[in-house]
Design a protein around this ligand. Structure first.
Ligand code: 3PG
Ligand code: MG
Length: 371
């Protein structure tokens, strides 16, 4: 069943709408370093205001432990939101209350009080069964905002009907975080490129020395099974950039000596991965190829980012780190769909559904049944 849309809500003129957004933006010393998640909610906010509603927005920011913490105050978000969407009210960080993560009914009751409808546009938090995500749809007429609807259409579409050849590029530090999505993607992709810290567990599974690189020894057997099942559909780097004694940086093949640590894919692998991306009709990228925040280990991630930006195929980038990489290289405009979700985009690819989506569908079924 599809998600209820803004148009499905009862008349909003003169009504108050509670909007759950994901304004969990990166902060540096209290300053927002990327306001994508705020800008991404604007189409929904503008639609609601044009419909005559007044809007109360709410979000979490960071992971405060159920009590107020000045470090995670919504103030920087409130200031930016006031510039982008004057007149929209913003509640304090939802996670300042332990009721948020606990989905406490009393907290839900306080959130919905005084509101006539609920809109969820917080795709990045839709995998959390938290009060503000799953609670209001139990009580108010509810709908998906434009961003949430678009994310689900695009990422759900990758699972259901991707145009082939479909290439996925996965990176990031931990293979254990990505095993479920690797398995799900192997059902639909033609090629799965693996780089970043997680490639070393796969390289270890192939019998290579990984030196002091990140390697999850308890996942080596699983990676070996995945390699067997996927055959040559999984592509691993064949050269690397490594850091060793005395801060020396070298390019090596696929063997890493003890005392050395792989921190980026090498130029040969970057070129090969870029070619695979160029040939694809559909591209999904999640996770950097190396420690790109350090210029010495940024080349692999930059090459992949540039290849994805230049690709003729339909391109989707998900996950906070790859989105940040794309933004830092100034390539965001060249991506067909830059997802605002990290964990949420992975879970949607894995499972095809999320708690926040199920809650909206349940609300629609209830409301539909009531007239
Ligand atoms: C995110 O940044 O991925 C979302 O805002 C969810 O945040 P969380 O992982 O702290 O729930
Ligand atoms: Mg394109």
């Amino acid at each position: 069943m599809t998600l209820p849309q803004l148009e499905d809500l009862p008349t909003l003129a003169g009504r108050r709408v509670l909007l759950r957004a994901d304004f969990n933006v990166p902060l540096d010393d209290g300053a927002i370093t990327d306001d994508l998640r705020i800008r991404a909610a604007l189409p929904t906010i503008e639609w609601l205001l044009e419909a005559g509603a007044s809007v109360t927005a709410c979000s979490h920011l960071g992971r405060p432990k159920g009590k107020p913490d000045p470090k995670y105050s919504m103030e920087p978000v409130r200031a930016r939101l006031a510039e982008l969407a004057p007149g929209v009210e913003l509640l304090e960080n939802l996670r300042f209350d332990p009721g948020e993560t606990a989905d406490d009914p009393a907290f839900v009751a306080r959130l919905v009080e005084g509101h006539d409808a609920y809109v969820n546009d917080a795709f990045g938090a839709a995998h959390r069964a938290h009060a503000s995500v799953v609670g209001p749809p139990r009580i108010l007429p509810s709908a998906a905002g434009r961003l949430l609807a678009k994310e689900v259409e695009v990422l759900g579409g990758l699972r259901e009907s991707p145009t082939s050849p479909f290439t996925a590029i996965l990176g990031g530090a931990k293979v254990s975080d990505k095993l479920a999505v690797i398995k799900a993607l192997l059902d639909v992709v033609d090629t799965l490129v693996i780089g970043g810290g997680m490639c070393f567990t796969f390289l270890a599974a192939q019998g290579h020395g990984v030196g002091d690189s990140l390697c999850e020894t308890d996942q080596v057997d699983t990676c070996e099974d995945l390699l067997k099942a996927a055959g040559d559909r999984i592509r691993l780097p064949h050269d690397l950039v490594v850091l060793g004694p005395g801060d020396e940086v070298r390019q090596v093949g696929v063997e890493v000596d003890d005392g050395w640590k792989g921190l980026d894919i090498g130029p040969g692998s970057a070129a090969e991965f870029s070619d695979v991306v160029a040939e694809a009709a559909t591209v999904l990228w999640n996770g950097p190829m190396g420690l790109f925040e350090d210029e010495r280990f940024a080349a692999g991630t930059r090459a992949v980012a540039e290849a994805v930006a230049a690709a003729g195929g339909f391109t989707v980038v998900g996950g906070g780190d790859s989105a940040a990489a794309i933004a830092s290289f100034g390539l965001a405009e060249q991506i067909d769909h830059l997802s605002t979700g990290g964990g949420a985009s992975l879970e949607l690819l894995e499972q095809g559904d999320l708690p926040g989506l199920a809650a909206l569908r349940a609300a629609a079924a209830r409301e539909g049944g009531s007239h």
